[in-house]
Write a protein that binds this ligand. Structure first.
Ligand SMILES: [Zn+2]
Length: 399
């Protein structure tokens, strides 16, 4: 694992030391302050054969996403087996691969970012972590914090998927259910963190969740034989995975592990019940505006204004991709379609992506021969209450 060279602000490009824990850029001239990215000296890897580097790591104790340890911070992992999830080829769309992130610990992609962030928190000796969450990040933090012996303080909307509530209680996390959305939860963390001594591990307000999520970018390229697909579809709430994957592509090109100039179109998908990034994209805006009355059963997409909106929009445009929204009826229809025809129970967020893929095939934006990766960011089984409600399915009466 490489030492961190420095942290770089995504807005003012200041270089910040990683010797002590950092949140957002302390030198930004304007608000909101920029998120910090981890930078390494990658020159030592130039000329290396990526297959050898990764195979050597994976042959040892470095399972899952830690097979990419050569491009991750030098830290003792707090691991529950995250990463290296299946890449499943669709039965019907032979150029579409589903990246099944439901196979992660706690059943979602959030495991990657929080495994990394909690590993670094332990390294720094941080004792109390706090997170506002639409649900799955809270569950993942609760698990990794328990594994690390660190306190987790989590804040979720009251109507969060029931599984998120149950796992938080089971893992012994502190926190509460909030009347409102993730933005209301974020305000509570902001107001109380100083007095309570919490370290805020919110999306893009610390540098390491992106480092964990970026492994999805390395992984999808490795699983396609170290070649880029034509497009990557990503359900976009906070957008950290999309941002992380783009960072991975930059790093791979800098090292020389893939050919530059052929990056995939990044397709950011939201629900029409909460689509601040898609609306900003359509309007040609550089940032989003707060979405009012956000409502969708794709709980992870109920993020009315992502902190990283400007970065997401930049990436989508740089990739010649698009940000788009699909409605909840189409999401439910796609859950049933994939369950019945592919044997895969998608999360509502994942089904937003498969629904979007259908639309972009139908309108000719993509051809059936374009190679695409569709992210199912969580296991459908974490959403049985939300999906049953959308299906109007009632629990059978018992005696
Ligand atoms: Zn800055």
């Amino acid at each position: 694992m490489p030492p961190i060279a420095y942290l770089e602000c995504t807005r003012c490009h200041a270089h910040i030391s990683a010797e002590t824990p950092q949140t957002v850029c302390p030198q930004c001239p304007s608000q909101p302050a920029g998120s910090l990215f981890v930078r390494y000296d990658l020159s030592r890897l130039k000329g290396s054969n990526v297959r050898d580097v990764v195979a050597e790591a994976a042959a040892g104790p470095w399972a899952g996403m830690w097979r990419y340890k050569s491009v991750l911070p030098d830290v003792e992992p707090v691991t529950l087996g995250e990463g290296w999830t299946p890449m499943l080829r669709s039965n019907r769309h032979r150029c579409a691969w589903l990246k099944e992130e439901g196979a992660n610990p706690t059943g979602t992609f959030k495991a990657r970012g929080l495994a990394m962030a909690v590993s670094l928190a332990k390294h720094y000796g941080i004792r109390k972590l706090a997170v506002p969450s639409a649900g799955n990040a809270a569950g993942a933090l609760a698990a990794y914090a328990a594994a690390a012996g660190i306190e987790a303080h989590i804040f979720m909307p009251r109507d969060v998927p029931f599984a998120n509530y149950v796992e938080a209680v089971a893992y012994g996390a502190h926190g509460e259910l909030v009347d409102g959305l993730i933005s209301d939860c974020a305000r509570i963390v902001q107001e109380r963190k100083q007095e309570q001594g919490w370290f805020d591990i919110s999306t893009l307000k610390e540098p390491f969740r992106v480092e964990g999520k970026k492994t999805m970018g390395y992984e999808l390229v490795e699983q396609l034989g170290w070649e880029y697909p034509d497009a990557v579809f990503y359900p976009t709430g906070g957008g950290v995975g999309l941002i992380g994957m783009w960072k991975a592509f930059e790093e791979m090109e800098e090292i020389g592990w893939v050919q530059p100039g052929k990056r995939p179109k990044m397709i950011a998908v939201q629900s029409s019940g909460c689509a601040p990034v898609a609306r900003a994209f359509e309007e040609g805006a550089n940032v989003s505006t707060m979405w009012q009355d956000a409502a969708t059963f794709a709980a992870g997409l109920r993020v009315p204004k992502p902190y990283g909106d400007a970065i997401i929009l930049d990436i989508v445009r740089a990739s010649s991709g698009i940000a788009m929204a699909v409605n909840d009826d189409d999401i439910l229809a796609s859950i049933l379609d994939w369950a019945r025809n592919e044997g895969i129970f998608l999360s509502p967020e994942g089904a937003s992506v498969t629904a979007a893929y259908d639309k972009l095939l139908a309108n000719g934006y993509l051809k059936p021969t374009d190679r695409v990766v569709l992210f199912n960011t969580g296991a459908g089984l974490k959403y049985t209450d939300m999906t049953a409600e959308a299906m109007k399915l009632k629990r059978p009466a018992t005696q």
